[in-house]
Design a protein around this ligand. Structure first.
Ligand SMILES: [Zn+2]
Length: 315
């Protein structure tokens, strides 16, 4: 399947009717949102759904909070994502939402969001804990690895690699499961995944150790990887997207497509720096980017960046 190059904003805010003049050919929005689908159709834009997987209101569903190595629910802030993956009822609700959405709409792409274990990023110093060590998750680990370990301490001191690999395989397994559901219904639908934007070295390997996102394992199901490059929020400089792309060959398999999502708060520097990366982004999303297209100067800068990226990719 050829993956088209898609450029546009993320969000459900309406766009001007001439938005295609500025290089935009797609919009990403949350969920199977009828209004957004209609708006894309009217403007002849590809509709791409951001589909929420493992994120829940822990106030309403405390049973979903992953368990830390101290045997207690993990500490969490408002950005937390990830749930205890032994919660079968919640998992079946996710599948149902996906199946129902696919009955009603034909998105061009579906980007799986929050496809991780418990934790959060988008801030300079996140408070991270390994998880989930509920008794069912520990049993699952022992069963799949043939390891007899009873406590989180034993697992983390004796079998840290096996634990991380098991969790990464589990996340990759869900990616595959959701991909199969989508492709069964819409074989041409692009499967994207929003990714923790850290390199494997940052925060002591948190990309896999905490979030269980392994590009090699996910590669089987994911067509487009989208790291969340929110520079200001993450305490990074505006060149972060470019640095990330140019370093990505160290940990992203060569034949994977990487499409950045940038934050409107980092406009314009983050966009222009990313667009001139030696390693081009395969298309581009702009989080909360709709207002750009109300201002012709900003919209033209977006258009120019799209042209630069397209040029580099065609070389
Ligand atoms: Zn659990």
């Amino acid at each position: 399947m050829t993956i088209p190059l898609l450029f546009g904003p993320y969000g459900s805010t309406d766009l001007p009717h001439n938005v295609k003049d500025y290089g935009v050919n797609a919009v990403w929005f949350h969920g199977f949102n009828e209004h957004s689908f209609a708006s894309c159709e009217k403007r002849d834009l590809h509709a791409c759904v951001e589909f929420k997987t493992f994120r829940a209101d822990f106030g309403q569903h405390p049973e979903l909070i992953p368990i830390g190595k101290d045997g207690k629910p993990i500490r969490y802030g408002k950005l937390v994502q990830g749930i205890c993956l032994s919660q079968k009822e919640y998992l079946s609700q996710i599948e149902e939402q996906l199946t129902e959405g696919l009955k009603r709409f034909q998105p061009r792409g579906i980007w799986l969001d929050y496809l991780t274990y418990g934790g959060w990023f988008e801030e300079p110093e996140p408070d991270l804990q390994e998880n989930c060590f509920c008794s069912t998750c520990i049993e699952d680990f022992c069963l799949h690895t043939n390891i007899d370990a009873r406590t989180p301490d034993e697992i983390l001191s004796e079998y840290p690699r096996e634990w991380t690999l098991h969790n990464c395989r589990k996340i990759a397994g869900f990616a595959l499961q959701y991909t199969e559901i989508i492709k069964n219904k819409l074989p041409e639908c692009i499967i994207g995944a929003y990714m923790c934007p850290w390199t494997p070295e940052q925060f002591d390997g948190a990309l896999t150790r905490i979030f269980a996102q392994d590009y090699r394992l996910l590669q089987k199901s994911i067509d487009v990887f989208t790291p969340l490059i929110y520079s200001k929020k993450s305490g990074q400089n505006p060149g972060w997207g470019r640095t990330w792309l140019e370093y990505s060959h160290q940990f992203v398999p060569q034949d994977c497509n990487v499409q950045l999502i940038l934050d409107i708060l980092d406009f314009p520097m983050s966009l222009t720096r990313s667009a001139t990366s030696q390693v081009p982004s395969y298309g581009l999303q702009m989080f909360a980017g709709a207002p750009l297209f109300q201002d012709p100067d900003k919209a033209l800068l977006f258009k120019f960046s799209v042209e630069v990226i397209r040029d580099r990719l065609s070389q």
